[in-house]
Design a protein around this ligand. Structure first.
Ligand code: MN
Length: 288
């Protein structure tokens, strides 16, 4: 299943924005739409349901927690707010019949001023253990996105995330790998995927500058070969950002300051073809 991040199309996910994103996702050749759900309380569920009734498509959602909802915080009020926010996101996704909640679910999406504390780590694992119970009862998979050092401090590599998950001890929680972040933090684009194996539950495809695929330094050939080797069959979602389409909160935390494209439809169609073509090429030399 090939997906597209909603910010390729729009920064507004009201009924009109969501509906447009659904149509353009399908039009560009994708078969899943991922929406940013940083504020699930403000999301227009009824509007999205009407749009999906017109054009049915599987939906995934990603989010990064904010300072007021940091489940790795020493402040119990923030931890409680974070657990409530994650549960609210699950409610929204259940209403959209979605199967995936992914992203930085374990802490704040930001450049932390120091490393995660042992207490913060334990708090985050404790909350996610409970949220995972509820997600499982709704048929929703949680996948924790491994992001670079400027966007999280809990872990920045597959190995670090596996250690965190082993401590947490809930095999239902999966890893969400992203080629943009791997390209910054991992030794290569192949071995970490093999190490993660069947614990990979969601994939983001992004270029080194988050623009057009193939125009940067990410070694996609090795990455797709690794996905093939582990037999990965979950969503592969294209993620790209430009100042052309802006969600203020997310754009600021991700440091989107420059314009890497201005034609969403051209970018999306190119990405869908790039992903399908690269997977097809890998498939022809597959050993299994
Ligand atoms: Mn990502």
């Amino acid at each position: 299943m090939i997906g597209c991040h909603g910010l390729v199309w729009t920064g507004q996910f009201d009924e009109q924005g969501f509906g447009g994103a659904v149509e353009r996702t399908l039009g560009a050749g994708f078969d899943l739409l991922e929406i940013p759900l940083l504020d699930p309380y403000a999301f227009d569920v009824a509007g999205a349901q009407r749009a999906l009734a017109r054009h049915p498509v599987p939906v995934a959602a990603s989010l990064g927690l904010g300072d007021d909802s940091d489940i790795s915080s020493a402040d119990p009020q923030k931890v409680r707010a974070g657990e409530q926010l994650l549960n609210k996101a699950l409610d929204v996704l259940a209403d959209l019949e979605s199967q995936y909640l992914v992203g930085v679910l374990y802490g704040v999406l930001k450049k932390y001023p120091g490393p995660a504390t042992a207490a913060g780590r334990a708090s985050s694992q404790d909350v996610l253990g409970r949220v995972s119970e509820r997600a499982a009862s709704l048929g929703i998979t949680l996948a924790l996105e491994i992001v670079n050092r400027y966007e999280a401090n809990m872990f920045n590599t597959v190995r670090g995330a596996l250690t965190y998950l082993d401590e947490l001890g809930d095999p239902r929680i999966k890893l969400h790998v992203d080629t943009y972040h791997m390209n910054i933090e991992e030794p290569d684009m192949f071995s970490p995927v093999l190490e993660a194996g069947d614990r990979v539950g969601y994939v983001h495809i992004g270029e080194s500058h988050r623009g057009y695929l193939g125009s940067g330094t990410v070694d996609f050939d090795s990455f797709f070969r690794a996905l093939d080797r582990i037999g990965y069959e979950g969503p592969i979602t294209f993620e790209s950002f430009s100042t052309t389409v802006v969600d203020e909160t997310l754009s600021r935390s991700l440091a989107i300051w420059r314009n890497l494209w201005d034609d969403s439809d051209d970018l999306g169609a190119h990405a869908a073809a790039f992903i399908r073509n690269t997977r097809r090429a890998v498939d022809t030399i597959s050993l299994h």
